[in-house]
Ligand binder design. Structure first.
Ligand code: G3H
Length: 540
């Protein structure tokens, strides 16, 4: 009976490996504001796991904890604290030496590692992420912190020198922007919150962190480390309903940067509330509908493996997931057979089960939404072509392969963000090319083929439509040193270990006419280390 595989009798069920048992619900009562971990006595939001509970054979939602539902008042207190810590760029943090800021972020990274087990466990329970992927998310975030530090050292090396142009001597560095609001998505609640928070902080900005709706509790184990490693007000956390805690921040006009990873609809709703939108820098990672194009000469074993993994890892809940596959008619039958066989080998189950890839879905109403997409496609001529496709067990949906999908179907254009794979047959390469051209999204594409001439002809127009063309591999964000961005509705700004340092800063320079007086002044400042900006100190 499937129900048993996606539900547990209790949080301490003996069949769950000990390290993965939650024990008691996590009742979060605290939030961080102005360097103090404050107790909240107002209303709380219950948190339910996508993993259900079976009582008398009936699947029921499993409550795993709660978190504070803060109000406008606490949101504005967080803003006051972040604003005071920044103090128009005169605060301790924005004026601190780069070396010292690096030391603080490094210390935070060490403290964070002490919480690995508990955060990985919460990733499994809160969003149903398979254990291996939850561990990878945590470890990737720790690596991201150390890579960011290394990138900042490089940047600082380049900035530690003077330039002389047309008789003007100058030193150019990057300076922080102010108060940053960081909001990550539910599918990478730790990693993609930190992918903006860490670079924002290390460059001297102060921050308010709003955890995503799903994936909140896993931030609580880090509150003490934030409090201990950074000056008061540099990191503040808010929880609760967006209207209550996000709108006041924007309406105040005192936010300088919105770092948001989620949907373009929500990003637009948030940003337009700022009274002077030109003052708000936005760093946005948004939705996508990445296509794979499988050409007649593709290595089919490889294409199937990459497409299966690219479309269905973590149930297809990745912005970079392959969300539509265009397969050439010449190899269609073989591809469909091999692809359905590969999908059939994916293991569904609870996040801690060995080798599991398909797990319960955390978004409320998600299986109904996906079923709606499937039914719409069926009504318009597509069919489910894999065993078990379309089957739903409460929050679990078996991976579903839909064929033939085409224009007019919702699955052709909507970002499903779930385990449904639409396959479109094509005979003329112009069909997938036009799809990309007309799409609202422009993140990445995957091309599978072996003829360099054909691939080269596709690459040149495609790089002007999307921001990464993957040859014979799935779409993905990593390695994190590579630029990650998108066109159209898919992104604004670029993230990567080094690009993020630029995204949260602005170039500022000190310049002087090159004459004896100015030379003397600059020399004195440098020799006596009077300024942290005007300095040739080299971080080792
Ligand atoms: O969900 C969007 C993420 O940026 C995807 O990242 O390609 O590393 O899974 P990933």
């Amino acid at each position: 009976m499937l129900t048993q595989r996606f539900a547990v009798p209790s949080l301490s069920d003996a069949s769950i490996p000990e390290a993965c048992r939650l024990g008691a619900p996590v009742e979060q009562r605290q939030y961080l504001c102005n360097g103090v971990i404050r107790e909240w006595s107002g209303p709380f939001q219950d948190v339910f796991s996508p993993i259900g509970k079976v009582i008398d054979g009936t699947h029921q939602p499993l409550r795993i904890g709660s978190y504070p539902l803060l109000t406008e008042k606490e949101a504005l207190q967080a803003l006051d604290a972040a604003g005071a810590a920044y103090d128009n760029g005169r605060g301790e943090w924005p004026t601190m030496s780069v070396e010292e800021r690096i030391r603080r972020v490094e210390a935070f990274g060490y403290r964070m590692q002490e919480q690995r087990e508990v955060i990985v466990r919460l990733l499994m329970w809160e969003i149903g992420k398979p254990a291996a992927e939850a561990e990878a998310e945590f470890d990737r975030t720790v690596d991201y912190i150390s890579d960011t530090i290394a990138a900042l050292k490089d940047l600082d090396h380049v900035s530690s020198r003077f330039i002389i142009e047309q008789g003007v001597i100058a030193q150019i560095r990057r300076a922080p922007l102010g108060v940053v609001l960081c909001m990550g998505p539910f599918n990478y609640p730790l990693n993609e919150t930190f992918a903006t928070l860490i670079p924002a902080l290390i460059m001297g900005n102060t921050a308010i962190v709003k955890a995503p709706k799903l994936g909140v509790l896993l931030h609580e184990p880090l509150l003490e480390a934030f409090r201990d490693c950074f000056p008061a007000g540099v990191v503040n956390t808010v929880y609760g309903d967006g209207q209550q805690v996000i709108s006041p921040l924007l309406l105040s006009g005192r936010l300088n940067v919105l770092a948001f990873i989620g949907s373009s609809r929500v990003a637009d709703q948030i940003r337009r509330q700022h009274p002077k939108s030109h003052r708000l820098r936005c760093v946005l990672g948004l939705e996508a509908k990445n296509a794979a194009v499988v050409l007649p000469d593709a290595d089919l074993e490889l294409a199937v493996r990459e497409c299966c993994n690219g479309a269905l890892a973590f149930n297809g809940q990745r912005c970079t997931a392959l969300k539509i596959l265009f397969v050439h008619e010449e190899i269609l039958d073989t591809f469909l057979a091999k692809f359905c066989a590969a999908v059939g080998r994916l293991k569904g189950g609870l996040p801690w089960e060995a080798g599991v890839q398909i797990t319960p879905l955390p978004e409320p109403g998600k299986t109904d939404y996906l079923t709606g997409l499937i039914n719409d496609a069926i009504a318009k001529g597509a069919r489910i072509i894999n065993d078990d496709g379309g089957r739903v067990e409460n929050t679990f949906m078996a991976p579903t392969v839909m064929y033939p999908v085409g224009p007019g179907m919702r699955l052709y254009v909507e970002e499903q963000f779930g385990p449904v794979v639409p396959i479109v047959p094509f005979s003329d390469i112009e069909e997938p090319m036009n799809y990309v051209l007309e799409s609202d999204y422009g993140q990445q594409i995957s091309l599978f083929g072996s003829d360099p001439d054909v691939l080269a002809e596709l690459i040149d127009p495609l790089v002007n439509q999307v921001c990464r063309v993957n040859i014979n591999s799935k779409c993905q964000r990593g390695p994190d040193a590579f630029p990650f961005t998108g066109r159209k509705d898919s992104a604004e700004g670029t993230l990567s270990v080094s690009d993020a340092l630029l995204a949260f800063t602005i170039r500022t320079l000190v310049a002087a006419k090159e004459n004896d007086t100015n030379r003397k002044i600059i020399k004195a400042i440098l020799q006596e280390r009077k300024s942290r900006f005007l300095s040739t100190d080299f971080i080792l």
